[in-house]
Design a protein around this ligand. Structure first.
Ligand code: AMP
Ligand code: ZN
Length: 502
């Protein structure tokens, strides 16, 4: 049956392929994690939320997944260069006069906190680049021994020309022609003369005297190239060839292309069978960019403290918004889209609460409804099996929302579907929302609330509105300040007053 077969778009072949794990029921999945030199931005969050849903779905359909997501804490240079630029983490440490480890510790904690806020599951292993320097040195040696690298002045370079001559791998993943790759150069000219060819890239870099993070190696006191950590850690924890490798589409080149080259160079094997690339988050139709102000942070979204939005949006609303697009398409963040997501999120959560409270009574009196509901439920899995198509699956879930609301209003009698279908509906609807999509019902689940906090807050907001209407500013201020005293912030906006827990 079609719905039973998971298909994944493989960026390596540019085809949707039936997913066949190397060693079922086990699945190995490696996803490039964050470079921990600054707060995680909402674009990063989109990528990790997409892979969280992929991870959750693979587990849901029965695979035993080892999900490895690294922390990049060394070697990622400014502008994604491989030499001649400063290490992003070292730069931050220099500017803030802190140890590099203080920087990586702070932003790793922040990253984890944000991943928890978005209710994503922890990966099975979260290895760090600095914890695998020995293994990286070994891989550099293997590449040298196999003749695909050379040493110049204490740095080691991957020989792309020789690699390209020996097989047709280089350029395949990123879809770049070898000639174009060879004419492109991304590096500062300072080190270019050390390279035999501009497209060669550094796999070990000799540290200059100011460089903070440095290790002994057979070639120099230095540090590993950025791409190396992922080749090493994926091989160490998942084997030479594993099932899935993922990351944002901006990593295809040079990061992933060079990773593939290194794995072939060291192990004579392709790292992953399937490559999944998630697409970028835009804002108001343009690339998010700090420098031109077209930018919003997750915290600004949660507090509403930004000129780009009219009100605050909770983490689950932002997550729900992210699921409205397929992971492979760009997603445009705008206030209108978030408002629509808020409506949809509330509607679907309410429908779930209604569904769980419905009580099946009376004898079964089956009609077409039963078949329709079965088809919608099945459709969720057909869509998820079609390259994790969350927007399509959500459309089916909204089809079910209409049915649930009709049951509630009495427009459709509950016993017009079988008891079995009803129980399945209760199970599947919850499983889809919470286990597969990783959503939470914020009104129900927030620790202190038990569902009534929001209603109480609406009452307090109304009392404050009344006070303001009566020009009782002292009372209105007292309410706002007292709430602030217990960590609740009120936000007055165009759409009325909202509240957040700070
Ligand atoms: P970085 O911390 O820069 O190494 O990025 C961590 C992950 O976030 C990578 O997989 C990137 O591809 C991804 N990423 C970066 N910017 C965006 C964006 N605007 N939208 C979606 N994903 C992004
Ligand atoms: Zn990586």
């Amino acid at each position: 049956m079609e719905s039973k077969q998971l298909k994944i778009h493989n960026s390596l072949t540019r085809q949707k392929e039936v997913f066949k794990p190397i060693n079922p029921p086990f699945v190995g999945m490696y996803v490039c994690g964050p470079t921990v030199y600054s707060d995680v931005h909402i674009g990063n969050v989109r990528t990790f939320v997409s892979f969280d849903i992929i991870y959750r779905y693979l587990k849901y359909i029965g695979y035993k997944v080892r999900y490895v997501r690294n922390i990049t804490d060394v070697g990622h240079l400014e502008g994604d260069a491989d030499i001649g630029a400063e290490d992003k983490i070292a730069k931050k440490a220099r500017l803030e006069q802190l140890e590099p480890m203080e920087i990586t510790h702070r932003y790793t904690l922040g990253f984890h906190e944000m991943m928890n806020t978005f209710n994503t599951l922890s990966p099975s292993i979260e290895p760090r680049a600095t914890g695998h320097i020995m293994e990286q040195i070994e891989m550099v040696q293997d590449i040298l021994d196999n003749g695909f690298a050379y040493v110049k002045n204490g740095s080691v370079y991957f020989n792309t020309v020789k690699f390209a001559e020996s097989n047709d791998v280089y350029g395949k993943l990123s879809g770049r022609k070898i000639e174009d790759l060879f004419s492109e150069t991304r590096d500062d000219l300072k080190h270019q003369d050390e390279k035999n060819h501009p497209s060669d890239f550094a796999i070990w870099i000799k540290a200059d005297e100011n460089h903070l993070m440095r290790w002994n190696s057979p070639w120099s006191v230095g540090f590993p190239g950025w791409h190396l950590e992922c080749s090493v850690m994926s091989t160490k924890y998942l084997g030479k060839t594993f099932d899935i490798h993922g990351g944002g589409s901006d990593l295809k080149f040079p990061h992933h292309e060079n990773e593939v080259a290194q794995n072939h160079g060291a192990c004579n094997a392709a790292p992953a069978k399937v490559w999944i690339h998630t697409n970028m988050l835009l804002m108001n139709g343009r690339k998010m960019s700090k420098s031109d102000g077209n930018h919003i942070t997750p915290v600004e979204l949660f507090t509403g403290d930004s000129t780009h939005i009219t009100k605050a949006y909770s983490p689950m609303i932002v997550k729900f918004f992210m699921m409205q697009a397929h992971y492979g398409s760009t997603l445009d963040l705008s206030d209108a889209a978030l408002l629509a997501a808020e409506k949809g999120y509330r509607k679907i959560m309410e429908a779930n609460r209604t569904l769980q409270q419905l009580v099946y009574e009376g004898a079964e009196a089956l009609n077409d409804e039963d078949t329709e509901i079965q088809a919608l439920m099945n459709g969720i899995f057909v869509d998820m099996n079609d390259d994790f198509n969350t927007p399509q699956a959500l459309a089916k879930a909204f089809g079910l929302v209409n049915k649930i609301n009709s049951f509630k209003d009495g427009h459709i009698a509950l016993n017009s579907i079988s008891r079995r279908t009803f129980e399945k509906l209760q199970y599947i609807f919850t499983a889809f929302l919470f286990d597969i999509c990783g959503l939470k019902d914020e009104t129900l689940n927030s620790e202190e609330s038990n569902g009534i906090t929001d209603e109480l807050m609406q009452l307090i907001i109304e009392l404050r509105q009344n006070a303001r209407g009566n020009k009782d500013w002292a009372m209105s201020d007292k309410i706002r300040d007292s709430l602030a005293g217990i960590g609740v912030q009120l936000k007055d906006g165009k759409e009325g007053t909202t509240w957040i827990k700070s």
